[in-house]
Design a binder for this molecule. Structure first.
Ligand SMILES: *Cc1c(COP(=O)(O)O)cnc(C)c1O
Length: 396
């Protein structure tokens, strides 16, 4: 049998390559951070989700080691059988405290948090109203559930209002949005969403994976930015980006919602607990980012500095409200050439083009981090200017 199937796969793979969509992994031979080693080359990393620079933080490593020594390597169980240590409970409480919510449930990843949030909470007679640019895991979670599905154009409040009107016959409705949209770096207009939700009787869910630790004065995410902490019904997020970058996800929010998820959410009921080392480092991490905001402050000032210098240099940069800076090039090939030239200058960024972003909107996405020092930013700015002039993106 495999012969024919192999032929089929080989054709498909060839199609992917021909379309220029084949993904290759770049192999890193150092720890994650601002300076990494890729294929024997030392480069500055501007494409990591390590927003607070915690992926290689000595205190988190120490906390992880302590738990390895005292609580072992793995749990070998789902949470409700024998996979819950005090560490998991403490981490859940720290997350709720950070976001100003009532309770939290941990998952192996945010992909699972989103995959397991809709099916247990909403039924055929309900409605899910989802932003068109929401993360793949939200789309999959919605697919696994039975409610009527509505989609509104990215952050378009007039369109959302139409969908809310259309869904009035349904029993319950929930508006679902990413906090930060990862290709543009724009933030969901949660203040306006809140007003519409009240007017049309809808719940709200925000995925803070890209915004937690980053957005808001103290990094509490989009609910902090709009001063509505604790007023959103469901927040999902990841421990795999700003919060240390290891592994793990969570849903935090109203007490009864979390309680129901513990009864019926399938990725929670049927998948393993996160390891004690990750839980203990997570506890330490939430203590660190709650005690002081110096990492959040550094990230904000790095982003402001980089974006303002890029605009000064003449680049077309999307307005950002996060640590994502989209440098618009509009041409797919140019975005790839630009990224390769930058790599030669020791700057590691990724060029994105259709279908990851709309056709004709190719760009380079720069991700800033608290791990970046001023000399890193300046080196990147000099490289951008050099390559920008050589490729005639900015005037020579
Ligand atoms: C990264 C991301 C996820 C997935 O997070 P994992 O914990 O890696 O599964 C989910 N939602 C959004 C919006 C993300 O950016």
């Amino acid at each position: 049998m495999y012969g024919k199937y192999k032929e089929h796969l080989s054709k498909e793979l060839a199609n992917i390559k021909e379309a220029g969509l084949y993904k290759n992994e770049r192999v890193i031979t150092s720890a994650q951070g601002a300076e990494i080693e890729v294929g024997g080359l030392k480069v500055l990393n501007f494409c990591m989700n390590n927003y607070l620079g915690l992926s290689n933080n000595p205190e988190l490593i120490k906390a992880a080691k302590e738990a390895l020594d005292t609580r072992g390597y793995g749990m070998s169980s789902v949470r409700f059988i024998c996979g819950t240590q005090d560490l998991h409970k403490t981490l859940e409480a720290k997350i709720a405290n950070f976001f100003g919510t009532e309770d939290t449930i941990l998952y192996a990843a945010a992909f699972d948090a989103n995959g397991g949030v809709f099916e247990p909470l909403f039924a055929e007679q309900d409605a899910i109203i989802s932003d068109s640019l929401n993360h793949a895991s939200i789309i999959d979670g919605v697919r696994l559930s039975k409610p009527v599905r509505y989609r509104y154009n990215n952050a378009d409040m007039a369109d959302l209002e139409e969908r809310l009107k259309e869904s009035q016959a349904q029993r319950f409705r929930i508006i679902v949005t990413d906090g930060v949209f990862s290709m543009d770096g724009n933030v969901a207009p949660l203040d306006k969403i809140k007003i519409l939700a009240e007017k049309y009787n809808a719940l709200i869910m925000v995925d803070e994976s890209h915004s937690a630790g980053v957005v808001g004065k103290t990094g509490r995410g989009v609910t902090e930015l709009y001063n509505i902490k604790g007023e959103v019904d469901i927040i999902t997020g990841t421990l795999g980006k700003a919060f240390g970058g290891a592994i793990g996800g969570f849903t935090t929010g109203r007490k009864e919602i979390i309680e129901m998820l513990r009864q019926r959410s399938r990725p929670y009921l049927f998948s393993n607990s996160i390891p004690p080392s990750v839980a203990n480092a997570g506890i330490k991490m939430f203590d660190m980012v709650s005690e002081t905001t110096h990492l959040q402050d550094k990230l904000h000032s790095n982003t402001k500095y980089f974006v303002s210098k890029m605009i000064e240099a003449g680049f077309d940069v999307k307005p950002t409200e996060s640590a994502i800076c989209a440098v618009m090039l509009y041409d797919a090939k140019l975005s790839q050439d630009f990224a390769s030239e930058l790599l030669k200058e020791g700057i590691y960024v990724i060029g994105f083009y259709f279908p990851v972003v709309p056709r004709g909107e190719a760009r380079i996405r720069v991700q800033l981090s608290a791990a970046h020092e001023k000399e890193h930013l300046d080196k990147a700015l000099i490289a951008f200017a050099k390559v920008g002039k050589a490729l005639k993106v900015i005037p020579a």
